[in-house]
Design a protein around this ligand. Structure first.
Ligand SMILES: [Zn+2]
Length: 242
């Protein structure tokens, strides 16, 4: 009986691993849109690097410059420091950065901001976009996600949209992923990239916040490190209400 159970469990794991839709190798151009410098990296730098290795153009979009992220410094000083860190991180990954004009802690959702996000995505023409899962303790993460989702609808679902996680439990909430990417081959470069954000804590702290998620998802996906996502579904008969 035990043996039968073990075989059934193994079959369930194998069918789960092969049933999921592959991300790597499928796309030509990816945008990763994170609310603050270090969000794109912690959410999916491993996947970004794998996509890039497969010939996909990857662009790292920072929604804000992290203006509120260093205690005791002005917004301008912090933005300058965190922009520099983001540039360094993108240099490590070999990925082009783009900075949007929202402000950390003060991000907005209004007509101009809907237009800004939609126009950026229309200009870049990705066939896949990754952004925050919308249920999140941080308002900037929620706002970023909602603006991307709106652009996806108004651009006629012309790109695949995936939601990822950051600091799950503290920030991302109620996230039950369905798609996994094994990042064992890129996890070291990922750590190198997010550790460029030195203003956000010591290397050990950053590992404690971010690597723990990669390890958890790795256990779920039968490897050492993984990143996990939920793909936005759409129904072709839905009514496009604005
Ligand atoms: Zn953030």
């Amino acid at each position: 009986m035990k043996k039968l159970f073990a075989v059934l469990m193994m079959m369930a794991c194998v069918s789960f691993m092969f049933a999921q839709e592959p991300i790597v190798g499928k796309y030509k151009k990816a945008l990763v849109i994170g609310a603050h410098p270090d969000d794109p990296e912690s959410m999916c730098a491993g996947t970004m690097l794998l996509l890039k290795e497969q010939g996909c153009e990857v662009v790292c979009v920072y929604f804000t410059r992290g203006e509120g992220g260093i205690e005791g410094k002005s917004a301008e000083e912090t933005a300058a420091i965190r922009t520099k860190e983001a540039l360094k991180s993108c240099e490590v990954m070999g990925i082009r950065p783009v900075f949007m004009t929202q402000v950390d802690g003060k991000s907005e959702i209004n007509k101009a901001r809907y237009d800004e996000m939609r126009e950026l995505i229309a200009r870049e023409k990705p066939d896949v976009v990754f952004t925050h899962w919308p249920i999140d303790a941080h308002r900037d993460h929620r706002n970023c996600s909602i603006l991307v989702y709106d652009a996806w609808r108004l651009l006629g679902h012309c790109f695949d949209l995936y939601y990822g996680e950051v600091m799950t439990g503290m920030q991302t909430q109620m996230f039950t992923p369905t798609i996994y990417v094994n990042i064992d081959s890129t996890v070291e470069k990922k750590r190198e990239a997010y550790k460029c954000h030195v203003s956000q804590g010591t290397a050990a702290n950053v590992d404690k916040w971010h690597q723990v998620i990669d390890v958890l998802r790795g256990r779920e996906f039968q490897c050492h490190h993984a990143e996990a996502f939920i793909k936005q579904r759409w129904n072709s008969s839905e009514i496009l209400d604005r």
